[in-house]
Design a protein around this ligand. Structure first.
Ligand code: PLP
Ligand code: ZN
Length: 372
């Protein structure tokens, strides 16, 4: 049965209800009978919509799209180890968040909603604003005051109303939650449709590896919207018999804001609130991830792990990628710093996939001080 199901009380709602959380306040998951077969993609355009049957939108739903997705999967060498990097910084708004925004805003259009709110450290707001512009939906984006000027300018350029909130990232989330009392919350952490967009990462990776799942996938974790989406996609592909296994999921956090790493290491099921330290990986500095418990169980069930990286490692990974010709933003470099840690001393026969999550042009203001 295709339903929105509360993770706290078990109550369920139809997919045509404009709900982003349960009446009890609990997180919703989307329970979905996936009926995908690789041969369905034959002859289709090279976009994430080639997996249309796997995306939980009704047959008559409008698709809000820029023909995004199927980003290149390039093999590069790190410490003599070949690793596959999904070039998700090449999405229309400059980050992988477009995967989630495309599906979520399509759902918004299908529900006939004409205004949404979202909160973000920058990239999710830019993605939602871009797809809302495409759909003719108005949006209010809440961002922390510290958001990088390039990201702010981009969100404004799409015509969104921008609200800059003083204080921490959690204060911004709180302000958006209040606005969401009266307006549909197009939240990348709460709204389950977002994850059914980010799951296309897994579908693309497997297709690009000739319908084989990798052994390990190294991904960033703040709110974990890519990691949870990827977990969902890899599990669906396994459950429908397309692939033989689910890869190990390796979550990378910045040492200065690592609630999930600490919970994982201490064997806890939920993260404790941490103080948000100042990191150049601004996009993953999430002190209280809404889906913390789900992230811990997804990583544990996969036999994976959490890795933390410090500021010097992030900066080193950033410079190395730049010198190799990959212009990524500092948050994206945190994942690559984690990838360096992961591959260090590992056997060459492991098939490892990671990603560039955000484009370097996103953080031009912040990056000026890196110039020598
Ligand atoms: C959103 C984002 C991430 C990962 O964030 P989550 O909070 O885990 O969803 C990583 N890199 C970039 C560039 C991002 O925009
Ligand atoms: Zn509930």
């Amino acid at each position: 049965m295709n339903r929105l199901v509360c993770t706290a009380c078990g109550e369920s709602f139809g997919l045509d209800e404009p709900r982003w959380r349960c009446s009890c306040g609990g997180l919703l998951n989307l329970s979905w009978q996936c009926v995908f077969e690789p041969k369905q993609t034959a002859g289709r355009k090279p976009t994430m919509w080639r997996y249309r049957e796997a995306i939980p939108l009704g047959d008559s739903s409008p698709i809000v799209s820029f023909d995004e997705g199927l980003t290149p999967l390039l093999c590069i060498e790190l410490e003599d180890m070949p690793v596959w990097i999904k070039q998700d910084h090449l999405f229309p708004s400059g980050s992988y968040k477009d995967r989630g925004a495309a599906v979520l805003v399509s759902k918004v259009a299908d529900l006939g909603i004409d205004r949404v709110v979202e909160d973000s450290s920058g990239n999710a707001g830019a993605a939602i604003a871009a797809y809302c512009a495409r759909a003719g939906v108005s949006c209010a984006i809440y961002v922390p005051e510290s958001t990088s000027p390039a990201k702010l300018a981009q969100i404004r350029a799409y015509g969104a109303d921008v609200h800059r909130i003083p204080g921490t990232r959690e204060d911004t989330a709180q302000a958006a939650l209040e606005a969401a009392q009266t307006t549909y919350y197009a939240s990348h952490s709460w709204n389950p449709f977002f994850f059914h967009g980010t799951k296309t990462f897994a579908y693309e990776v497997c297709e690009q590896l000739d319908w084989q799942a990798p052994d390990a996938v190294v991904l960033p974790v703040g709110n974990g919207t890519l990691l949870l989406g990827a977990a969902l996609g890899f599990r669906e592909l396994h459950a429908t018999g397309v692939t033989t296994h689910v890869p190990k999921l390796v979550g990378v956090q910045a040492e200065r804001c690592a609630p999930l790493y600490h919970a994982w290491r201490d064997g806890r099921d939920t993260p404790r609130h941490v103080r948000q330290g100042d990191t150049i990986a601004e996009g993953i500095a999430i002190a209280a991830p809404a889906r913390g418990g789900q992230l811990l169980s997804a990583v544990r069930e996969s036999g994976g792990e959490f890795i933390i990286v410090d500021e010097a490692e992030i900066e080193a990974a950033l410079r190395t990628m730049w010198r190799m010709g990959y212009y990524i933003e500092p948050t994206a470099a945190a994942t690559i710093a984690g990838l360096y840690r992961y591959v260090h001393g590992r056997e060459r026969d492991e098939l490892i996939v990671s990603t560039f999550t955000g484009h370097g042009l996103k953080a031009v203001g912040k990056m000026a001080h890196f110039d020598e």
